[in-house]
Design a protein around this ligand. Structure first.
Ligand code: SF4
Length: 365
């Protein structure tokens, strides 16, 4: 098994949303706009035809007339609002390929967001991702199309829990996975991602480190370092469902299949795979190695998104959906841009402490 620290961000230039110069009025910046008329017309068909080419392997022709009017309206409104859409690799193909300006994993999205000259960020992802974007771009308006888009990992721990851990293990540094709230990030020493967790843990120069909130990421890290890891008990409700037995059945059916696992999977699942890495690292693996058959042991929309860009690769798709990611839809993204909702705000004192934990991690790279 190989473990990679590679990552990937792709998509049109961040200037894309503002490529056509236009004058923003106070209303277009701050107020609601009229809801565009949504209709499947010859003009909409013509203007979205190139986007359908990207997703035709996963979206049947009969469904496209439903998506296309939203896609055209959203792409028009992005220009009017000077907005960019950041989409996580687990977003559905019509979002990922047709309205997103940047796609990638959560930290990459936040870092790229900070470099954008857009005034508004619409987060295609879950709430902690929108919070991280706000931390990295405090001057921008950050919107999440459905504020109920949570995460079982982020929900498993609070800032008070971290303070209790510090009392229980005095002097032991605390590392938080980026899949945590700003409140938790504000209480820890440093953040990590699935691709840099070992490096972050070892950078602290301590014999023992507390890792929150993912017990499986912590267990996978512990096997790669001499540092003793104290883990919190959280888990991703998508990745914890995979089992080694089911993956071995796929391998028995086709010994040539390549199994790629996210490090949020249990260690015994990672053990039977050929590769473990972040979502971005898995995408790189497929893109550069072009395996004949592959199974991505992660959220199932990712296989749809990667398949669209790798037509020569056969994807085997056990489907574990993230219900939180699926709360983000084209109609909600359109509402978000029309009505500027729902805005993500973070108390500035708390944001400063949380930002410091993220920046310490970034400074290590
Ligand atoms: S896939 Fe898992 S880690 Fe990602 S948002 Fe969903 S519950 Fe959270």
């Amino acid at each position: 098994m190989q473990v990679s620290s590679h990552s990937r961000v792709s998509g049109p230039s961040l200037g894309a949303a503002s490529a056509a110069p236009h004058k923003l009025t106070a209303l277009s910046r701050h107020g609601a706009l009229p809801m565009p008329i949504l209709a499947w017309t010859p003009e909409v068909a013509r203007e979205t035809a190139h986007l359908y080419e990207k997703v035709k392997a996963t979206i049947p022709p009969i469904e496209w007339p439903f998506h296309a009017p939203y896609i055209k309206a959203i792409n028009d409104l992005k220009k009017q609002r000077n907005a960019v859409i950041l989409a996580h690799n687990y977003q559905t193909p019509e979002i990922y390929h047709c309205v997103a300006d940047v796609v990638g994993d959560s930290l990459q999205l936040a870092r790229i967001a900070g470099q954008s000259d857009a005034e508004i960020i619409v987060q295609g992802g879950v709430h902690f991702m929108a919070e991280t974007s706000k931390l990295m771009s405090p001057e921008k308006t950050v919107l999440i199309p459905d504020s109920r888009a949570g995460c079982s990992l982020a929900a498993s721990i609070t800032g008070a829990d971290v303070r209790a851990l510090r009392r229980k293990y005095p002097g032991v540094p605390v590392v938080a996975y980026v899949n945590t709230s700003a409140q938790v990030k504000a209480e820890v020493d440093i953040c990590c991602t699935s691709s840099n967790a070992v490096k972050v843990v070892e950078s602290l120069g301590a014999d023992t480190v507390i890792m929150v909130p993912d017990r499986f990421l912590a267990a996978n890290v512990a096997r790669q370092t001499a540092v003793k890891i104290i883990a919190w008990h959280g888990a991703c409700e998508v990745h914890e469902r995979f089992t080694a037995e089911e993956l071995l059945r796929y391998r028995a059916e086709d010994p040539s299949i390549q199994l790629l696992a996210h490090p949020e999977c249990p260690p015994e699942v990672v053990d039977v795979c050929d590769f473990s890495g972040s979502t971005a690292a898995m995408i790189d693996y497929v893109k550069t190695r072009q395996p004949q058959r592959v199974l991505l042991v992660t959220e199932c929309s990712m296989a749809d998104n990667v398949a669209a860009e790798n037509p020569g690769v056969d994807f085997v798709r056990p489907c574990n959906l993230c219900p939180h990611m699926k709360r983000i839809t084209l109609p909600k993204i359109l509402d978000s841009l029309v009505y500027l909702r729902e805005e993500v705000t973070i108390d500035e004192a708390l944001a400063q402490r949380a930002r410091r934990s993220v920046e310490r991690m970034i400074d290590l790279n």
